[in-house]
Design a protein around this ligand. Sequence first.
Ligand code: NAP
Ligand code: ZN
Ligand code: ZN
Length: 349
Amino acid sequence: MITAHARAVFGTNEPFKATTIQRRDLSAKDVLIEIKYCGICHSDLHHVRGEWREETFPLIPGHEIAGVVLEIGSEVTKYNVGDRVGVGCMVDSCRECKHCQNGEEQYCIKGNTMTYGAIDRFGERTHGGYSTHMVVTEDFVLRIPDSIALDVAAPLLCAGITTYSPLHHWGAGPGKKVAVVGLGGLGHMAVKIAHAMGAEVTVLSHSLAKKDDGLRLGADHFFATSDAETFKKLAGSLDLIVNTVSAKVDLNAFLSLLNVDGVLVNVGAPAEPLSVNAFTLILKRRSFAGSVIGGIRETQEMLDFCAQHNIGPDIEVIAADAIDGAYERVLKSDVRYRFVIDISTMATK
Ligand code: NAP
Ligand code: ZN
Ligand code: ZN
């Protein structure tokens, strides 16, 4: 067993505490990763705050993981010691169902194994990247391109792929008018990626406070959703809207901004139900859709796309002892635009 230092919560909404955990010994296809950086995703907050389900404690979040391979199992072929690698939201899946075979492990019929808070095929509880080391089967490890620094790479493993996948699936590109609702961790990556794909990008933020940032990140237009004029001005004009807001929003107001055949895809995951007025959909053949992260193959494609287009998240690197404070700022929509934990700051505690 490998002892890893970690930061855990021991109850709903409790502060993080230093702890140690055991990682399994390497089996033939496993890779031992020394974690260097881990991003803070709003999903981590949903879990820690008990907003999605009843959690089992201790809970060690983190699914935006970047590090270096420290050791490989006897049958590992894809990675060598010293390689720069990442791990996202999944660490395993059945590998046999049609979705796994199709490279969309996130839609595994038997349910993929989430990086933390799940039970893996060995019957052990999974623990995430707020820790110094982790052991993962090589098929769920990503290669980080040389041109992307590890701290910048970390958030791509969730925020990057969660926005890349629907933008790619629904054809964001030249001639498409794409709007992003919410300029947080996911939202700011959606803006950068949609811009790099060649789409005309609009940000819909709750105020104009982040307008300069939004335009700098690649948006062509920026509007405040608190201003009723925004909904009049943009009515029926958009092809694709990606909603990244972590709280309940008025979906019908956003749906009304879509042109005929337009799609509103929800990646934001508030606990409360969202309601849709049928007429908002039927009168313009609009669609309301959802999307969860992306498959392993597509995640690698996204990393290579970001390297090719020289894009990555805007990050604020923090020490392990600053996680609670960072959570407070995420809750106030005061993240610019992703907190990333420097894991070297937890090794000695
Ligand atoms: P984040 O960094 O906190 O960003 C969310 C943004 O939404 C905020 O910056 C803010 O943008 C806006 N917002 C927050 N609260 C709001 C409210 N009450 N009313 C209106 N706007 C509000 O969060 P994130 O890490 O990007 O995650 C966003 C959501 O996506 C979370 O629910 C998360 O769990 C979910 N998620 C889903 C997937 C998936 O696979 N589908 C993957 C990762 C995360 P403005 O200041 O611009 O308004
Ligand atoms: Zn996430
Ligand atoms: Zn499967």
